[in-house]
Design a protein around this ligand. Structure first.
Ligand code: ZN
Ligand code: ZN
Length: 341
């Protein structure tokens, strides 16, 4: 099959012929139809994610059509459209049994990280990790949903437990996940304050449903938010930037009992807070590592119903994966991009 292969870290993917994946009992073979392009792909390409090796086929936001079904698979047939849950979980550890799939204690691999990703014709998927999609969803919508929509959904709905009538601040609102976080805050029924560094994105962020847009290019936004809210802090801050300064400012921007959930991450950055401030104001701090299978099913349904709408502004033929990554790295993609097969 054709695959875009990163032969050594810090080199672009190149078109190569590689053997088709072999499916075993209990697996399905998926013909890839669309694959989202993500900042995490840049990290994997550059060798910045632990436990990855080159050569590697990138792509963890995959949607496609079943072309073969292994023995023992029930309820999935050739022609079914769907997405893989890309972490190959064990299904039996305590985290898996709690439904915290992304925290599985004995993952056998992650699609597009240490297992072959979706920038190719075919992927092997264990049937229990294949999720059928609604006919109303396009392949590109489904693919992009599996990372950039479901992650802010878990952060906001599951981790921070945002409720209608509360206020949520989205830090890094102009990025792919940020635009979706704004939509999710709006869907929950919260007041949404979007923070971004680029004034040129203000209108687009407002279009996603933000009530207020704060432009702050130095990660100083807490005072502005507190003044917008009439002297109170926010209930929830979602940090998609992952910088020491943005998280510290997020902690400053919540009211007593407020929740700060960190989704973005960068190597070498730290959480810094005045401990008495965290204690006396009972600030809650959460991490959010991607999403569970249940989260994925819920979000795919919300997108199919039109309640959430992935912002996909560019598509590329799959052979142009290297240009797509360059454009992403150069800041030339607003929202998300997808490769089409
Ligand atoms: Zn992603
Ligand atoms: Zn497990």
């Amino acid at each position: 099959m054709r695959a875009m292969v990163v032969r050594a870290f810090r080199t672009p993917p190149e078109l190569r012929e590689i053997p088709d994946p072999v499916i075993s009992d209990g697996d399905v073979l998926l013909k890839v139809m669309a694959c989202g392009v993500c900042h995490t792909d840049l990290k994997v390409r550059d060798g910045l994610v632990p436990h990855t090796t080159a050569p590697v086929v990138l792509g963890h936001e995959v949607a496609g059509e079943v072309v073969a079904v292994g023995r023992g698979v029930i309820g999935i047939t050739v022609g079914d459209r769907g997405v893989p849950y890309g972490y190959e979980t064990c299904g039996t550890c305590i985290e898996c049994r709690r439904g915290q799939d992304s925290l599985c204690e004995s993952l056998s691999g992650r699609m597009g990280f240490d297992h072959q990703g979706g920038q190719c014709d075919l992927v092997r998927v264990p049937a229990r990790l294949f999720l059928r999609i609604d006919p109303r969803l396009t392949f590109q919508q489904a693919a992009v949903t599996t990372c950039s929509m479901v992650t802010p959904y878990r952060a906001i709905v599951r981790r921070a437990r945002l409720r209608a009538g509360e206020t949520v601040v989205v830090v890094g609102a102009g990025g792919g996940l940020g635009l979706h976080a704004v939509q999710i805050g709006r869907l929950v029924g919260a007041t949404v304050i979007a923070v971004d560094s680029d004034v040129a994105r203000t209108d687009a962020i407002t279009e996603q449903g933000a009530d207020h847009v704060v432009i702050a290019d130095d990660n100083k936004f807490a005072d502005t938010i507190i003044s917008i809210l009439g002297g109170r802090g926010a209930d929830v801050v979602v940090d998609l930037v992952g910088a020491t300064a943005s998280i510290a400012e997020g902690i400053n921007a919540v009211q007593s009992g407020g929740r700060v959930v960190v989704v973005g991450y960068r190597a070498g950055q730290q959480v810094q807070a005045e401990i008495p401030d965290v204690v006396f104001r009972e600030v809650e701090l959460y991490g959010c590592h991607w999403a569970s299978i249940v989260d994925m099913i819920e979000v795919l349904d919300l997108v199919a119903e039109g309640a959430l709408n992935p912002v996909i502004t560019r598509t590329y033929p799959f052979e142009q994966a290297a240009s797509a990554l360059d454009d992403l790295e150069g800041g030339r993609i607003f929202g998300r991009a997808a490769l089409l097969m």
